[in-house]
Design a protein. Structure first.
Length: 470
C-alpha cells in the first residue's frame, strides 16, 4: 500500500426533559473529583511549531488534549463535578452510554448549560463495557473543535484481557482533525461559517493521534494488543488502514462483534472501533496507522515499533468479547415504524422548511443560519419527532437526500443497523449521499433523547431533533 511521507503530508495539508437541572443541582453528594473545563496549551503540530491554545479537560491538573482517560468497570458509577472555567457556558455529554436521562449532558434538553464559574455534578452508572468518549454538548461545533473531548473506557466485568486468545493489554488512540493556521493556532474566526456547514463541515488540515502529530508506540515482539480507536473530529470521516498487523475488529461503538478482518476501517465522527493487532515477531520492525485524507494517498499518522523482549506468542484463535448482559434485541414482529428524511445543504438546497414554528423559504432559512432539515424541520426542538412507549421496538428508516454524508447519533440507546450485512449494534450510523439505512432499537430508556447529525456543523445548522420514551 503506497503512502506519502510525513513531511510531504505536512506540506500538502498546511498550505497548514425531564425537568431542566440548573447548574450545581446534580444528584451527587459529598466530595467529587473535579473535571475542569479550562483554557490550555497543547503541542498539536510537530516540534518546531508553536504550541496551540485550546480548551481542554483536566482532573487534578492542567487541561490536556485529549482529556484524561476515565476508566471504570461495567456496573460502576462515573462521578464527577464539572467545573466551568471557560468564557462560555458548557455541558458534558457521555457519548454512547445508556445513561439516566438527567445525566446525559444534552443542553438545553436535559439540563441547562453550566455558565462560566459554575459547576454541575454528574453521577451515573456505566452499564455496558466498551469504548466510549465524553465531550462538550453546548456549542459543540466550536467547543469540541477547540479540544473539549476525552476517552471513557468501560472495562469488562467478565474477564477478557489476559484470557486465552485475548489481548495482553490495550491502547487507546484518540483521532482528531484540527483546522490550524501557519502558526499552529486554531482558526477561530469562522465558527459560524455557514458555507462550510452547508457542505461537508469544518474540515481540518492536521490530524493528531492522542493529541500529537505522528506519535510512535512501542510493542513487544509477538505481542497481541487491543487498539481502542475513537474519532473525535467534528466533521472528518476517518478512512484508516493497519497493513501488515493482522488487524481484526472485535467491537463497534462499544458493542462486541464476532471477530473479523479489519485491515481497513471507516470511522465517522463519534464512531469507535476496537481492533486487535499482532506485533511482528522481530525487533526493530515498524508498522503504521494510515489515513486517507480524501485523495486516495495513504499517509502515516502513527507508528508502531517492535522492541524489547519478545512476548509469548499467541497461537490461539482470537477470543471474542463477552456479550453485553443487559442488551435487549429489537423484536421486529410488530415494530413502531418511523422515518427520518434528511434534506438541504449545498448543491441541493431547500425550497422551504419549518423553523421555530414558521414556514420559510431557503433564503430566509439561511438568514437564520439554517441549511439542513429532519423531516422538513430545521433544528426542531419545540416538540418530539416521535414518542415511544417504554419497551417498544422502534424501526426507523433514515433517508439521506443530500449530497453529503451524515453520521446520525441517538442518545441513550444503541440500535441494530438492519441494512448492514453484519447487522452491527451502534449508537452512530454513517449514511452516504443519496443512500438510506434502516435501524431498530428497543426504547427501554425513559426520557427525552436527542437525535442529530454528528457532523457538528450540520447539527447546529438544522440536523437536530429529539424523541421521547415514556
Amino acid at each position: 500500500m503506497a503512502y506519502t511521507t510525513r513531511r510531504s503530508f505536512m506540506a500538502q495539508s498546511t498550505a497548514l426533559t425531564a425537568a431542566l437541572l440548573m447548574p450545581g443541582r446534580g444528584r451527587a453528594q459529598g466530595d467529587l473529583p473535579v473535571l475542569r473545563a479550562m483554557p490550555a496549551t497543547a503541542q498539536l503540530a510537530p516540534q518546531g511549531y508553536p504550541g496551540t491554545e485550546v480548551w481542554a479537560y483536566g482532573i487534578s491538573g492542567p487541561g490536556t488534549v485529549p482529556g484524561p482517560e476515565i476508566r471504570v468497570t461495567a456496573g460502576e458509577a462515573v462521578r464527577f463535578r464539572l467545573q466551568n472555567d471557560l468564557p462560555q457556558a458548557t455541558a458534558v455529554h457521555w457519548h454512547g452510554i445508556r445513561i439516566d436521562n438527567a445525566m446525559d449532558g444534552a443542553a438545553p434538553l436535559t439540563q441547562a448549560a453550566v455558565v462560566p464559574g459554575d459547576h454541575f455534578d454528574y453521577d451515573f452508572v456505566a452499564p455496558d463495557p466498551g469504548t466510549y468518549w465524553y465531550h462538550s454538548h453546548n456549542r459543540s461545533f466550536e467547543q469540541v473543535a477547540r479540544g473539549l473531548s476525552g476517552p471513557l473506557i468501560v472495562e469488562d466485568a467478565t474477564p477478557w484481557a489476559g484470557e486465552v486468545g485475548s489481548a495482553a493489554r490495550d491502547l487507546t488512540l484518540v483521532l482528531d482533525d484540527w483546522l490550524l493556521d501557519s502558526d499552529a493556532a486554531i482558526v477561530n474566526d469562522r465558527w459560524d461559517d455557514l458555507h462550510a456547514a452547508a457542505h461537508a463541515g469544518r474540515l481540518g488540515n492536521t490530524v493528531t493521534v492522542n493529541g500529537a502529530a505522528w506519535p510512535e508506540f512501542s510493542l513487544r515482539p509477538s505481542e497481541r494488543i487491543r487498539l481502542r480507536l475513537i474519532n473525535t473530529a467534528t466533521a472528518r470521516v476517518m478512512s484508516l488502514a493497519l497493513p501488515e498487523l493482522g488487524a481484526r475488529l472485535i467491537a463497534v461503538d462499544g458493542h462486541p462483534v464476532a471477530p473479523r478482518s479489519a485491515e481497513t476501517l471507516v470511522l465517522a465522527p463519534a464512531q469507535r472501533a476496537d481492533v486487535v493487532i499482532d506485533a511482528p515477531t522481530a525487533t526493530e520492525q515498524r508498522g503504521a496507522l494510515l489515513f486517507d485524507p480524501g485523495n486516495g494517498q495513504w499517509v502515516d499518522i502513527a507508528g508502531f515499533l517492535t522492541k524489547g523482549d519478545a512476548a509469548t506468542a499467541t497461537t490461539a484463535d482470537l477470543r471474542a468479547l463477552p456479550a453485553w448482559p443487559g442488551w435487549q434485541a429489537p423484536d421486529l414482529t410488530q415494530p413502531q415504524d418511523e422515518v427520518l428524511v434528511m434534506e438541504g445543504g449545498a448543491m441541493r438546497g431547500l425550497e422551504k422548511a419549518t423553523y421555530q414554528g414558521r414556514t420559510m423559504d431557503f433564503r430566509e432559512l439561511v438568514s437564520h443560519g439554517m441549511a439542513w432539515t429532519f423531516n422538513g424541520v430545521a433544528h426542531g426542538m419545540a416538540e418530539p419527532m416521535f414518542s415511544a412507549r417504554q419497551g417498544r421496538t422502534v424501526r426507523m428508516k433514515i433517508e439521506n437526500r443530500t449530497r453529503f454524508a451524515h453520521a446520525v447519533h441517538l442518545h441513550g440507546h444503541h440500535f441494530q443497523v438492519l441494512t448492514d450485512p453484519h447487522r452491527d449494534i451502534r449508537d452512530t450510523v454513517l449514511i452516504a449521499p443519496d443512500q438510506s439505512a434502516e435501524i431498530a432499537f428497543v426504547a427501554d430508556n425513559p426520557g427525552r433523547w436527542m437525535i442529530h447529525c454528528h457532523m457538528l456543523g450540520h447539527q447546529v445548522s438544522g440536523m437536530m431533533g429529539w424523541f421521547s420514551v415514556a
